[in-house]
Each structure stands twice: as C-alpha cells, then as structure tokens.
Design a protein around this ligand. Structure first.
Ligand code: PDD
Length: 279
C-alpha cells in the first residue's frame, strides 16, 4: 500500500500530494523543517523538536502557532506502532501570486509531513570514514532551513571520497557534520562545540550531553580546533536518523587504533537504554 502523507489539512497517498510551482519552498527554499524519530509509534523528544521548530519559524519570521496537541493530532496518524520511523515535517512560506524575494503580504504556510522507516546505518558498529572540509555555509545554521545546498554539496564530496560524512571547519575550528553534530574525546573529556549560529542545536546532541552528565562522564561544550580534533581518541557524528556513529578514519588517518572506542560503546548502550525507557 502506498505511503500516506499529510499536506495542508489532508491525508493523501504520496503520489497524490501536490504543491504549486509558485510555492516559495520550491522557488526560494523559503522554509524550515524537522526530522523527528518515532520508536514503536511514540514520537521521541517531541517537545524539544517542536521548540526547535518554533525557533526556526521565528528566525525566518514565519508565523504558525500550532500547539503540541495539534502537532500530535497531525503526526500520529502517519506512524506505525510496529516500527522505528521518522517524521519529516516541512513548513514553507506558501504560495505567492508571483516570484518576488520580498515576503507576500499575508502568507499561508504550506505544511507537509511524511513518515519513513529508519534504516540503521550498516557500518555503525565498525565505524565510518570522514573528511574535513571548509564550512561554506551561512551564519544562521541554528535554523533548520530547507535551503541545504551547501550541506548537500559538502556531503556529496565526502561520499565521492569514500566517506560517510564531511566534518566542517570554520576559521580553524570544528562546527559540525554536513548533516550531524560532532563529538570528540580529547584528553579523556567528551567535547562538542557549544551552541551558536554555526551549528544546528541537535536533539540527539542534547540527549548525549544529558546522558553523559547523568553517568559521570566528563563532558564539555567548547571550541575544538582542527589540530585538537586530529589528536582525539574518539570522534562521533550524531543525528536523529543515524544516532551515534563512530568515525574511525579522519582525512585518511586512523582515529586512535581505527576501531570504535570504549566511550562510544558505552554511550551507544546508554542511548539504546534511554530510547527503550521512553518508547
Ligand atoms: N539532520 N546538524 C545538521 C546540519 C543536521 O542536518 C542535523 C540533522 C544535525 C543533528 O540534529 P538532530 O540530532 O536533531 O537530528 C546537526 C537531519 C537528520 C536531516 O537533515 O535529515
């Protein structure tokens, strides 16, 4: 049976869901999105994802005031209780009468949501390769904007070099991955860059910091220079769809002994237990 999606108040088969070519999401990438995991039909950290959505909407000056209950009502019918899935939710500034950079006078947002199965990363347990690249993005990376050309080009270059992720460097310091946050174990401390306009405030990132603090793992939100990253005993990239992935090779050199590290193993287990406890 074809997947059902949500579009502007209706549930439709995917192939029947259509938007106008004048939608500003299509013409300008003028929109924001969320990716929300759902384990056995239960949305994970929904409040946190909705808070980030609200912040993204407010940053792009787009008004849409749905409360938590309204979002639940919209999203829950898309879920399958027997599976691990994720919701992709996108809101654009809607259809305007003509193509004009300036905002339309009374925008009617386009609201779209679909659900997909989570495909667990095949080589998570053995680790992945990553490559560092100059961060060519803008200074509002805290906004989860659909305008993702820089991220796409960076990730594609990484893939073409046989790597799973591009790790982005701005003025000599790590920001994040092309579609993930970054953690590194440096001198025995779990480090991750602090929140700023240079990174997306990842929900998985927050869970990891909470789990570290609750389990006496030293953790610090601070700058990480490229030089320091090269000395790390462990590097991880994290996101809602891929969870915590150990990076075992950076720019063609092994990270420590080239195997996923003991802290990754521990955090992976803590994360799985936490998921179980809330789903
Ligand atoms: N992306 N940083 C960037 C640039 C991202 O695109 C993502 C996730 C993250 C991690 O955020 P979270 O832990 O909330 O998923 C960090 C999603 C999964 C995507 O674009 O598909």
């Amino acid at each position: 049976m074809e997947n059902k999606v949500y579009l502007n108040g209706e549930y439709l088969p995917l192939s029947k869901a259509k938007i106008s070519v004048l939608d500003r999401g299509f013409l300008f990438g003028d929109g924001v999105y969320e990716v929300i995991p759902a384990y056995h039909g239960k949305l994970f950290r929904l409040q946190e994802h909705l808070d980030r959505l609200e912040s993204s909407l407010s940053n792009i000056r787009l008004g849409l005031s749905y409360n938590m209950d309204k979002w639940r009502q919209i999203l829950e019918p898309l879920l399958d209780k027997d599976k691990d899935q994720y919701i992709y939710l996108q809101i654009t500034r809607g259809v305007a009468p003509k193509r004009d950079h300036a905002f339309p006078v009374s925008p009617v947002p386009t609201v779209f949501a679909m659900c997909s199965d989570i495909q667990h990363v095949a080589d998570r347990d053995s680790g992945v390769k990553a490559v560092t690249m100059e961060d060519s993005r803008w200074d509002m990376c805290n906004v989860k904007a659909t305008t993702l050309l820089a991220n796409i080009l960076l990730r594609q270059q990484a893939i073409e070099q046989g790597c799973a992720e591009a790790i982005l460097i701005k003025n000599g310091y790590v920001t994040e991955g092309a579609a993930s946050n970054l953690f590194a174990v440096i001198d025995g401390v779990l480090m991750t860059p602090a929140k700023s306009g240079d990174i997306l405030p990842g929900i998985t990132r927050d869970v990891i910091i909470e789990l570290a603090r609750a389990n006496d793992i030293p953790v610090k939100e601070d700058i990480i220079s490229l030089d320091a990253l090269q000395t790390a005993s462990e590097i991880w990239v994290t996101s809602s769809t891929r969870e915590i992935i150990p990076v075992v090779e950076l720019d063609g050199k092994k990270v420590a002994d080239g195997l996923p590290g003991p802290l990754w193993q521990k955090m992976h287990e803590l994360f799985q237990d936490y998921k179980q406890s809330v789903s």
